[in-house]
Design a protein around this ligand. Structure first.
Ligand SMILES: [Fe+2]
Ligand SMILES: [Fe+2]
Length: 244
């Protein structure tokens, strides 16, 4: 019995097959069989050209979509566990603290009261320590503290800047600075409180303790600002009001 002869497809047929599968993959209409058979004809070459053009265009679109998707995925973090959320909250706090570190010297410069000036300066030093603590925590979690911008702090700092640009009675302007700074402190208190609880939830007791330490310092700063506000000399302002 003669052995069955395996007919190998010619190179041209193989190339054609591959070409058809590429076109199908990119949803380009493959050429109809009878037309595709003859390459030499102008009409077929034209179709091939068009198909190639469409393929290129689709390929470019696919490439753009792939890049956009990759970037979006890189920017979007997957929150699949409380620990992921903790990392996100810590990144937010890291950005918030860094923005505050830049804003505090400006607040200190703008303050009229020596006590307020010194409170801002002291809190600047504390803020630097808070940043270092966050860096250490993230190291323990094997994560980078960078990669997020705290938009809330951006807004709070912006409001503080607006206050610094105001003109008026020095003691009243100081009260305005205190108001802006206390809003910042309360944001931090909320952030550190949440992060501490999350750390406790995931069993990171040491991290929770460190976060509590910062939380306590933010609380003390907030109380100190209230005390400074209560002690500001508003007599001149009150006298001014009486004259009217
Ligand atoms: Fe802080
Ligand atoms: Fe603070």
């Amino acid at each position: 019995m003669p052995s069955a002869r395996v007919i190998e497809p010619t190179r041209g047929a193989r190339v054609w097959q591959e070409w058809q599968s590429v076109l199908t993959q990119f949803a380009v209409q493959p050429m109809p069989g009878p037309v595709a058979g003859v390459f030499g004809k102008k009409a077929n070459l034209l179709m091939l050209k068009r198909a190639w053009g469409r393929l290129q265009a689709r390929h470019a679109l696919c490439e753009v979509a792939r890049v956009v998707l990759t970037q979006t995925q890189a920017n979007m973090s997957k929150l699949t566990s409380p620990k992921d959320l903790l990392v996100e909250e810590l990144k937010d706090l890291y950005s918030a603290e860094n923005q505050l570190m830049k804003a505090l010297p400006r607040l200190a410069k703008a303050a009229e009261s020596e006590e307020l000036k010194s409170a801002f300066e002291t809190h600047l030093e504390e803020t630097k320590v808070h940043i270092e603590r966050l860096e250490k925590i993230m190291e323990q979690l094997d994560e980078s503290p960078k990669g997020k911008k705290c938009k809330a702090m951006e807004g709070l700092v912006e409001e503080g800047k607006e206050m610094m640009e105001e003109e008026g009675e020095p003691a009243v302007l100081d009260l305005g600075l205190i108001s802006a700074a206390q809003k910042v402190e309360h944001y931090e208190i909320a952030g550190y409180g949440t992060a501490r609880t999350l750390a406790e939830l995931v069993g990171e007791t040491r991290i929770a303790k460190t976060l509590q330490q910062t939380l306590d310092e933010e609380g003390k700063t907030d109380k100190l600002l209230t005390e400074i506000a209560m002690g500001l000399n508003l007599e001149a302002t009150a006298a001014g009001d009486d004259e009217e």
